[in-house]
Design a protein around this ligand. Structure first.
Ligand SMILES: [Zn+2]
Length: 325
């Protein structure tokens, strides 16, 4: 709002309508008559007749006569209600869209009820669109992935095979993030945790820190997906589960990788111990892969471009939200 009573000149009030000299114009030596500014006391809208739609000019006016006010309790309440209505409308819209697909999605009723409001047909594009980091070429995506999620002195396991671990020659698979980044080409798998100095094995004992959890669901549709349509549906439901985890469980999403076959890997910030325990309790119902959920820190996970041995398709990065910016 504007402090029209104290900080404007040539103020004339008719009902809710105020006219006055425009302080921005006057500062530039114009508006000699002092009639450029208009202000509505009820709506708090204001502007300059000589600079309609000029945002910078309005900002200047505000810098001369503006008052920053806290929203009233009434305004807050109104805002909250509007948000809630929007949310309900959106949920209804999603529900309606999902109804059409129900026949195909033979998932258990409980999952249906929980996930249906979160299903989006264009989930892939939406995740890409919401990704805080925009990817360009595929070549550097592995670099981008570790650069954005790990600190430079974090010791990471990367390897091309699951068994690249356990003997002295595998010391080369354990390097700091900074050292990995120096390589032109990176191996295709990573363990989710940070390892102790001198590790040669990615066994759980050697994990120093586990900043992330990874959620994967191979059978969200209720059984092993085999046809392309079932695999697509499994990924669509996985994307819905990701949204559910963000929205209801409050998990912070860091990365989503399409493994190239039938599932997604969703990397989240590791939640508090109690939240994690609650998630583990839920994980059966959601058919979340228990091994990866509890052991991503030492499990080999696909990096972008990793070729899936069953489908021959590369894993693709869909979403990346940097921890390290
Ligand atoms: Zn003006």
């Amino acid at each position: 709002m504007l402090d029209y009573q104290n900080r404007l000149e040539n103020v004339k009030i008719r009902g809710n309508k105020v006219t006055a000299a425009c302080p921005a114009c006057r500062a530039a030596g114009r508006d000699k008559k002092g009639v450029h500014l208009y202000y509505n006391i009820a709506t708090e809208q204001y502007g300059c007749v000589a600079h309609q739609g000029d945002h910078a000019h309005r900002q200047t006016i505000f810098s001369y006569a503006g008052i920053v006010t806290e929203p009233t309790e009434e305004q807050r309440q109104e805002w909250k209600e509007r948000k809630e209505q929007e949310r309900k409308r959106e949920a209804l819209r999603l529900l309606a869209a999902a109804d059409e697909r129900k026949a195909m999605a033979k998932m258990p009723e409980v999952l249906d009820r929980i996930l249906t409001p979160y299903i989006i047909e264009d989930w892939y594009l939406e995740l890409l669109d919401q990704s805080p980091i925009r990817f360009r070429d595929n070549e550097s995506l592995r670099h981008e992935f570790i650069l954005r999620l790990f600190y430079s002195d974090d010791i990471l396991w990367l390897g091309n095979r699951r068994r690249d671990s356990g003997s002295p020659r595998h010391a080369a698979n354990f390097r700091t993030c900074a050292d990995w980044l120096k390589l032109a080409k990176l191996p295709q798998m990573i363990a989710g945790g940070v390892f102790c100095k001198g590790s040669i094995s990615r066994g759980g004992d050697h994990v120093d820190l586990s900043p992330y959890i990874v959620i994967e669901c191979d059978q969200l549709i209720g059984h092993e997906p085999t046809t392309p349509a079932e695999k697509a549906q499994n990924k669509r439901l996985s994307a819905a589960l990701i949204r559910y985890c963000q929205d209801v469980l409050g998990l912070i999403l860091r990365a989503v990788i399409d493994t190239g076959n039938k599932s997604l890997h969703a990397w989240f910030d590791r939640p508090s111990e109690s939240d994690f325990e609650a998630l583990i309790k839920h994980s059966k119902r959601f058919r979340i892969d228990h091994g990866i959920l509890t052991g991503c820190q030492y499990s080999p996970l696909r990096l972008p471009g990793c070729i899936h041995e069953k489908s021959n398709q590369p894993a693709t990065l869909i979403y990346l939200n940097p921890t390290i910016s």
